[in-house]
Design a protein around this ligand. Structure first.
Ligand code: SF4
Length: 336
């Protein structure tokens, strides 16, 4: 069976670093998962991610600094007040410090991402950033995944030690959520203006998300001051408005990530604090370890193995160099 010619031409142009149009991405996504066009999108994007990152992968430790019911009631979130049975709580300073120190044990966790429930007061967010910044190994970037922020908030979080931020104007924003898209976009530009290295999310992708919705969300920040993008699925949460829709299949998600990786191949970036390059879309080259006091070690070891299994030959270190990611490295760091 021969490959669809128009799809083949678009994929070749993306592979060669040409700009793809939103309509071209929608066309590629009109092919179902696991079809020849979808498979080629995934494999070309994988090769591109390896070549643009020079075979270097990195680890981000993710830490929840505040958890509990959120009054926003986004139609998919486990923290929505109507489905969350936990009480609002903060991580203890001593736990946050300990986790940040442990992340630095082998100098290969180069980013610590702090996540907070929407509505956490800015002075508390600043405090957590300061604690993380003071406790982490030199060269570790402190990243934030907080709610909407004004220019002064962004400046004070930068001053407290954060340099990377994740934010998203989500698919269905203002429809599945009560947050206006303009507010989300203004936070993204405030973060960029304050000097944050911003990763914009194309999320939360569910089985009912149309190709146009996904592509529009992605293109709304591509080519702006945003440095990276992440393409993330929605996890079905029973009891939420969208919870009954289920989850997108891993194969379709890989296809979407692949098409968007090819659409932004022209936009490779330098990795923070290093002379190394990184793809615009953060995919398999970044392994996220979900940290808590019980699982931090196992999570870090699993993250190293994920990078190894995905074929990355080196791993980024906090001093900006990259160490060979070999079986003996896995053994030395407890991952084998
Ligand atoms: S604002 Fe964030 S934490 Fe709150 S309900 Fe929406 S997605 Fe969940």
């Amino acid at each position: 069976m021969s490959l669809d010619q128009r799809a083949g031409d678009i994929l070749s142009r993306g592979w060669n670093g040409e700009h793809l149009e939103p309509e071209e991405c929608i066309y590629l996504l009109s092919f179902r998962e696991k079809t020849p066009v979808a498979n080629l999108s995934v494999s070309l994007a994988d090769r591109l991610t390896h070549s643009q990152s020079g075979g270097v992968g990195r680890i981000t430790a993710s830490i929840d600094v505040s958890t509990g019911p959120c009054p926003r009631e986004c139609g998919f979130c486990r923290w929505s007040e109507s489905v969350c049975i936990d009480r609002f709580s903060y991580i203890e300073d001593s736990d946050l410090s300990a986790l940040c120190e442990r992340a630095g044990m082998f100098s290969d966790v180069t980013e610590i991402r702090l996540s907070a429930i929407d509505g956490t007061p800015i002075e508390d967010l600043e405090h957590f950033v300061s604690v993380a910044s003071a406790s982490s190994r030199k060269g570790t970037a402190i990243a934030i995944d907080f709610g909407d922020l004004g220019p002064d908030d962004c400046a004070s979080l930068r001053k407290a030690g954060a340099s990377v931020a994740y934010h998203s104007c989500r698919i269905g924003e203002g429809r599945d959520t009560d947050i206006k898209p303009a507010v989300r976009m203004s936070t993204i530009s405030n973060l960029c203006d304050a000097g944050f290295r911003v990763a914009a999310g194309t999320e939360p992708i569910g089985p009912e998300s149309s190709a146009k919705e996904i592509v529009d969300c992605f293109f709304s920040t591509l080519g702006t001051g945003v440095r990276h993008a992440e393409v993330n699925p929605r996890e079905s949460v029973p009891g939420t408005r969208l919870g009954g829709n289920g989850n997108i299949s891993p194969a379709r998600l890989a296809q979407i990530r692949g098409v968007l990786t090819l659409a932004s191949a022209w936009n490779s970036q330098s990795a923070a604090g290093t002379g190394l390059a990184e793809p615009y879309i953060l995919g398999k080259n970044v392994a996220v370890a979900a940290y808590d006091m019980k699982d931090w070690r196992a999570q870090t070891e699993a993250a190293r193995r994920r990078l190894f299994n995905a074929g990355f030959e080196r791993i980024l270190r906090t001093d900006g160099t990259a160490a060979p990611l070999t079986l003996s490295y896995l053994r030395q760091t407890g991952a084998l």
